[in-house]
Design a protein around this ligand. Structure first.
Ligand SMILES: *Cc1c(COP(=O)(O)O)cnc(C)c1O
Length: 414
């Protein structure tokens, strides 16, 4: 078995994993399958892929792509919890969270592992054993099993539903004040829309009722004026909720995803009034939900880019704002398949139903399996009887790699 394992060394897997592959192949009575098993194991590891789906924030592909990895760092620590000016113990929340508060024009912010964690921490801290009022139209499930009623139950808060699926008015919330709610919670419907005969109360209206208003924005914008985009907000962004304006309307706190809303690493942010943020930071769950230095460092770079008004430094915004003419030019230059117009979507629960005009390359038939088998894997989508590689979600530097993968897939039988 050891010699069989050694013969698989070309896959680059560590020896114990090669032994596993050899053992499984022998147990299956098919020693010849060892190489294939080792190869499959190697391919199952986390690795970079080319996102040609046109879904800019694809949850299965890690949502926001981050910029190129920095040079391999020298062996150094970071001042994660050290105040360099005094030499005393500092807070890991003092760097990035302070920048986020600056960018959202609010008093304070706190960074946790993801958006779900931000909502959980706010509810557990501010509403344990108390009522939280939510519209029946906003009791949503977001992909991956994030269900508002279940998060609420886990936090120890008591859900008080008001209104109906399509219409919830201010008097519905006002009637629930009899329950002495700790919070009024508004939740961005994110990945679905109720259209037609609908009505909802605004944040400013809810604020006038008295209890703190918390808004789970999830995805959306940091600032609806998008000052980081030279041309202002593109038309497909209209109507997305924004952290800054929601807080200006009087919300006590907003919660959102660092990847969906900022185009940064996976993280969750809660931002707003300093006293409430500090209470959340002191809760024991905050320790369990805190991010590490890698995430905080990547998020810091993202927020600095927003503050510099440099959308070009944020891959999501580069992808989202590329002119369709430029994408058509790239599609022709790929030189394989047929250049086609198509539509991208923001993804990650943002902007359901809204499409961003795009261009890509089409191959006849379903070639997605061959594209996934390429190194690096290319993820494309099937549209009718064709496979379309949407160039909006592909880095231009990857176009030559994409061209190779498309030629290989076009030549593969199937
Ligand atoms: C996506 C989303 C969440 C969950 O955020 P994650 O970062 O995926 O945990 C919560 N609320 C809303 C409204 C969302 O869109």
């Amino acid at each position: 078995m050891d010699s069989l394992a050694r013969s698989l060394a070309g896959t680059g897997l560590p020896h114990p994993l090669l032994v596993d592959a050899a053992r499984e192949a022998i147990a299956a009575g098919d020693p010849g399958s060892a190489a294939g098993r080792a190869e499959a194991r190697s391919r199952s590891l986390l690795r970079p892929v080319i996102n040609a789906t046109g879904v800019l924030l694809h949850t299965n592909l890690g949502r926001a792509p981050l910029g190129p990895a920095p040079e391999p760092p020298a062996i150094r620590g970071v001042n994660l919890e050290l105040e360099l000016s005094t030499g005393r113990r500092g807070s890991r929340q003092s760097h990035t969270a302070a920048l986020l508060a600056r960018a959202a024009h609010c008093e304070a912010a706190l960074v946790v592992n993801n958006g779900a964690a931000a909502v959980l921490l706010v509810l557990a801290t501010l509403a344990r054993d108390r009522a939280v009022v939510v519209s029946r139209g906003e009791l949503v499930e977001i992909g991956g099993g994030f269900r508002i009623p279940e998060v609420m139950a886990t936090s120890g808060a008591r859900l008080v539903e008001v209104g109906t699926t399509n219409r919830t008015r201010l008097p519905d919330y006002a009637a629930a004040l009899a329950e002495d709610p700790a919070l009024l919670l508004k939740v961005h419907q994110s990945n679905y829309r109720v259209v037609g005969f609908t009505e909802s109360a605004t944040v400013a209206e809810l604020v006038a009722l008295g209890p703190p208003v918390v808004v789970d924005i999830g995805s959306g914008l940091l600032d609806e004026r998008t000052p980081w985009l030279p041309g202002g907000p593109p038309p497909w962004l209209a109507g997305e909720p924004a952290a800054r304006q929601t807080l200006e309307a009087g919300a006590a706190l907003v919660t959102f995803s660092g990847d969906k809303l900022l185009g940064g690493p996976q993280a969750g942010v809660l931002a707003g009034r300093a006293g409430l943020v500090a209470a959340c930071a002191r809760h024991p769950l905050a320790r369990a939900l805190r991010p590490g230095g890698l995430v905080l460092g990547a998020l810091q770079e993202t927020v600095l880019a927003y503050l510099r008004r440099d959308a070009g430094a944020i891959p999501f915004w580069r992808m989202a704002t590329t002119e369709v003419g430029e994408l058509r030019r790239r599609a022709s230059a790929v030189g394989v398949g047929e250049p086609v117009d198509c539509s991208s979507v923001a993804g990650g629960g943002s902007l359901p139903g809204l499409e961003i005009p795009s261009a890509g390359v089409a191959l006849a038939g379903d070639r997605t399996a061959a594209l996934r088998a390429h190194d690096p894997p290319v993820i494309a989508r099937v549209a009718g009887d064709r496979t379309v590689a949407d160039l909006r979600s592909v880095d231009p530097a990857d176009d030559p790699v994409l061209a190779k993968a498309l030629s290989a897939a076009a030549a593969a039988s199937g």
